[in-house]
Design a protein around this ligand. Structure first.
Ligand SMILES: NC(=O)c1ccc[n+]([C@@H]2O[C@H](COP(=O)([O-])OP(=O)(O)OC[C@H]3O[C@@H](n4cnc5c(N)ncnc54)[C@H](OP(=O)(O)O)[C@@H]3O)[C@@H](O)[C@H]2O)c1
Length: 274
């Protein structure tokens, strides 16, 4: 990737998300994202597409060291002795020796496994060099606090959580920022719900951009990493292009006003959110 590409810490600020994209859809999405210039791909054990993601990366011919690969350990693999073999499988499927970022996908649902059980194993795979950096996903303030303690000197790079204009998730975002942990915004397009919003469209018109691009540019302006997903080539290209849009302070303030606490991911497995 070009060295001028914006990063949050070591993470390229704009990535491509692959949830719900399997088989050819995953292969095509990753191929088009890389062709558009995107150099950050987000996958997970739970997405069932690590092999396709790895295959598309290899096929692209883009050198491995230019692509930032994130995968996530599924909570099913948190049991004693299970986490490391699961990461070995992920590396094999992705066709790499090391991922750039390894996340714990969710806190163990209903506390099936105590945090210590899987944090110790997580630390072990990091110490073994299977991930260049580590982080968490869907962690609340109390869980982050506990995780920081359990990981000692090992730094939590990011917390990947739901953040979009309609759910700005200030409490956890501000807490992470105060302890030097970045936020990676998932569902940055509110799973398509940003389409048609009049404020986004109006600000977009002033930038010769779409409302969807403004939704992404806003999250970047807030200092977050964003990982939008699309199955369509033209949308992948236009989403990636949103990284060059510079919003004014007034526009950012106006977009902050769109927050309506509209959480989209809230299943039975979720922790009690902050
Ligand atoms: N850590 C976690 O627990 C977690 C949870 C959820 C998501 N994630 C990650 O975050 C990524 C993004 O989240 P997401 O996929 O749920 O939601 P999203 O990126 O907010 O939205 C994706 C949806 O928006 C549509 N879309 C994309 N670009 C568009 C555009 N320019 N104009 C109009 N519609 C557009 C897509 O439809 P088309 O395909 O038809 O374009 C798709 O239905 C995931 O892929 C995954 O990598 C992580």
């Amino acid at each position: 990737m070009s060295t001028s590409e914006k990063r949050v810490g070591a993470i390229p600020a704009m990535g491509y998300g692959t949830w719900n994209r399997t088989g050819d859809e995953a292969r095509n999405g990753v191929t088009w994202a890389l062709e558009a210039g995107c150099r950050h791909i987000d996958t997970a054990q739970g997405y069932g597409n690590e092999a396709e993601v790895g295959g598309a990366i290899k096929q692209s011919g883009v050198p491995r060291d230019e692509i930032f690969i994130t995968t996530k350990v599924a909570p099913d693999n948190y049991g004693p002795g299970q986490l490391r073999p699961s990461v070995e499988q992920s590396l094999k499927k992705l066709g790499v020796d090391q991922v750039d970022l390894l996340l714990l996908h969710w806190p163990s649902p209903h506390n099936k496994y105590p945090l210590q059980t899987y944090m110790e194993q997580f630390a072990e795979v990091f110490d073994a060099g299977m991930a260049k950096s580590i982080g968490v996903s869907n962690f609340t303030i109390p869980l982050i606090t506990e995780a920081v303690e359990l990981l000692g000197d090992r730094k939590i790079t990011t917390n990947q959580v739901e953040v979009h204009v309609f759910m700005q998730n200030r409490k956890i975002v501000d807490h992470c920022s105060s302890i030097g942990v970045s936020t990676t915004a998932y569902c940055p397009l509110a799973r398509g719900e940003v389409v048609g919003d009049p404020v986004l469209a109006e600000i977009g018109a002033a930038h010769d951009a779409t409302g969807e691009q403004i939704a992404l540019a806003f999250l970047l302006a807030e200092g977050h990493v964003v990982i939008p997903s699309s199955s369509k080539r033209d949308r992948i290209v236009s989403n990636f292009a949103a990284r060059t849009i510079e919003l004014s302070e007034d526009e950012v303030q106006r977009l902050r006003g769109l927050d309506r606490d509209q959480r989209l991911v809230n299943g039975a497995w979720c922790p009690v959110w902050d």
